[in-house]
Design a binder for this molecule. Structure first.
Ligand SMILES: [Zn+2]
Ligand SMILES: [Zn+2]
Length: 140
């Protein structure tokens, strides 16, 4: 049963795992991402405009790769992507450290109250990096 709308072509397809694109778009997307990765390896910190015009990738796709943590923004991202809960500008992923941590804490039964930890500093260290743009993010 087709139960998922492809984010690229908007056709409905049968989702097997957590993929966001249909089987037709999947290889296209892999190829596109391979090019982005290659480009960012040579030009780390390239701007989104640069990546869009050189690779021909859409802003929407870049944003999605950022949310999927396949790419990461360095420097001031001016709210290019934001936390889906509180709207704080993010460099990659879907939630900021605070909300992510809160979500985890809520999930862990009892809310063992370890707030005020190393997450206090979030947002500060980006200032050290003078360069801004997009980086390929190596998955760990
Ligand atoms: Zn598709
Ligand atoms: Zn948040």
């Amino acid at each position: 049963m087709a139960n998922r709308e492809c984010v690229r072509c908007h056709r409905f397809f049968e989702r097997v795992a957590f993929e966001e694109v249909c089987p037709v778009c999947f290889p296209i997307e892999e190829e596109e991402f391979r090019k982005i990765k290659e480009y960012l390896t040579v030009h780390p910190g390239a701007s989104s405009n640069e990546v869009m015009s050189v690779i021909g990738v859409s802003l929407k796709s870049i944003r999605r790769y950022l949310k999927e943590e396949r790419l990461e923004i360095v420097g001031d991202n001016k709210g290019f992507i934001r936390c889906e809960l509180c709207g704080r500008p993010l460099n990659s992923g879907r939630f900021c450290d605070g909300c992510y941590k809160e979500g985890q804490a809520l999930r862990a039964k009892g809310f063992s109250g370890s707030l005020g930890g190393p997450f206090d500093k979030y947002g500060e260290e980006t200032r050290e990096k003078s360069k801004k743009g997009i980086l390929y993010r190596e998955k760990s």
